[in-house]
Design a protein around this ligand. Structure first.
Ligand code: HAM
Length: 410
């Protein structure tokens, strides 16, 4: 028997309904904030992802050559593709541009709970605004979106300027390595790299910064921090808002296009793979052949949110089973149509089974059954049975519709 590829999942209808329910909550928040959906290809030129990050990233990607000999990659994330599209299609559009997406990404990672090779991100990119207000909008929207899903989380906000100030005398490639150690909380690796650049003394300040939760203390640890005014304004806006967050200057972010504000969200009830959101301010457009354009954004790890929500997301769609005798069939088709027109999920027997077998089948999936026999066909009435309570009555079609709708709206 063939199996699905490692790190991928099949979703049965119950799970898909739960996923769609959460997806629509996210869409609704994005819409209210003015973010409009975009869609980019599932695969892109490999260069799009290696230009900024170097060939090292190939290890973590699905890379292939097509029949024309082009080097392509399945997208490991959406931000680079969105910025490519912005350069290609919308660079003259009025700024700022507010875009969002819900799309699958592919990473060649070691699969485990909450870490997949195909996974979905719900993300947004705010292109062309370079202010504390823009940073604060991205963070606030992220928290509103997570709130809308119902997940319980911690939001951590930082800024790369602090770490960059401490590392300013170190060569950029080592800076990146040090930040990667901090991102992975790899203290041994950190000590080794600091030793190799003859800065072992920096370890203490870096550790102090990572543990610091107070903005003024962080300025003191890091010394002169570029963008100090903007950082203070951003924190001021967040503190005056409803967003619950903590400052964390140890956030380094795995992807290396970030330039300033960075933030991450963590689900409280997940294990090792508990990061459900990541984002920040970045500059990518000039690296992809466009004009230098400030942007910020984030992506929610949709699958991790679903793992965190677990059983708490329930399918609430009322199902109506219309069952009938041979004499009632023509009327039953009309009645089923009336329920569908009313927006109710309605199923009819297709197997020409007896009434008893139809009711027993409906009781496995439906909340209500409507019985149409010869008597109902003649009178125009319907027999409505609530399968949960066992209550049964013969009534007119309009009243049956009202009753089932009321049950669905509970
Ligand atoms: P990222 O942190 O690499 O950021 O991914 C965002 C989220 O995707 C993570 O926080 C995590 O929840 C989820 N995620 C990542 N890898 C996996 C995986 N293998 N399985 C399941 N979920 C995963 C980005 O991708 C940036 N493009 C975010 C961004 C948008 N920055 C600016 N704009």
């Amino acid at each position: 028997m063939l199996q699905k590829p490692r790190g991928t999942r099949d979703f049965l209808p119950d799970e898909m309904e739960a996923r769609r329910a959460v997806e629509w909550r996210l869409r609704e928040v994005a819409r209210r904030w003015g973010y409009r959906e975009v869609c980019t290809p599932e695969f892109e030129d490999l260069d799009l992802f290696t230009m900024r990050s170097g060939d090292g990233i190939i290890e973590e990607m699905y890379v292939f050559e097509d029949k024309g000999g082009r080097k392509l990659a399945l997208r490991p994330e959406i931000t680079a593709a969105v910025i490519r599209m912005y350069i290609n299609e919308a660079s003259v559009a009025p700024k700022p541009i507010r875009w969002c997406y819900f799309a699958d990404c592919f990473r060649y990672e070691r699969p485990q709970k909450g870490r997949y090779r195909q996974f979905w991100q719900f993300g947004m990119e705010l292109i062309g605004a370079d202010t504390a207000l823009a940073d604060a909008e991205a963070i606030t929207l992220a928290s509103k979106m997570l709130d809308a899903t119902g997940v319980t989380y911690d939001l951590k906000v930082g800024h790369l300027s602090f770490m960059k100030s401490l590392l300013k005398e170190i060569e950029p490639r080592f800076q990146r390595r040090i930040m990667a150690h901090l991102d992975k909380k790899d203290l041994e690796g950190l000590a080794c790299t600091l030793e190799s650049v003859s800065k072992p003394g920096l370890g203490e300040s870096l550790r102090a910064l990572v543990e610091c939760r107070d903005l003024q203390d962080a300025f003191e640890i890091a010394g002169i921090v570029p963008e100090r005014d903007r950082i203070e304004r951003m924190v001021g806006i967040l503190d005056a808002s409803e967003v619950k967050y903590t400052l964390n200057f140890g956030i380094a972010r795995g992807l290396d296009y970030y330039t300033g504000m960075v933030f991450e969200g963590f689900a409280q009830n997940l294990g090792a793979e508990n990061q459900i959101l990541g984002g920040g301010a970045y500059r990518l457009a000039h690296l992809l052949g466009g004009e230098d354009t400030p942007s910020c954004g984030f992506a929610i790890g949709f699958d991790r949110v679903m793992v965190s929500l677990g059983e708490s997301i329930q399918r609430k769609d009322t199902v109506v089973g219309v069952v009938c005798t041979a004499e009632g069939r023509r009327r039953a088709l009309e009645v089923a149509m009336a329920f569908r027109h009313a927006g109710l999920r309605t199923e009819m027997d297709l197997m020409e089974r007896g009434l008893g077998a139809q009711i027993s089948h409906a009781s496995k999936t439906a909340a209500f059954v409507i019985v149409i026999g010869a008597r109902e066909a003649e009178s125009g009435l319907v027999t409505l049975k609530n399968l949960q309570t066992g209550e049964q009555k013969t009534t007119d079609l309009a009243s049956a519709l009202v009753e089932v709708e009321a049950y669905g709206a509970r």
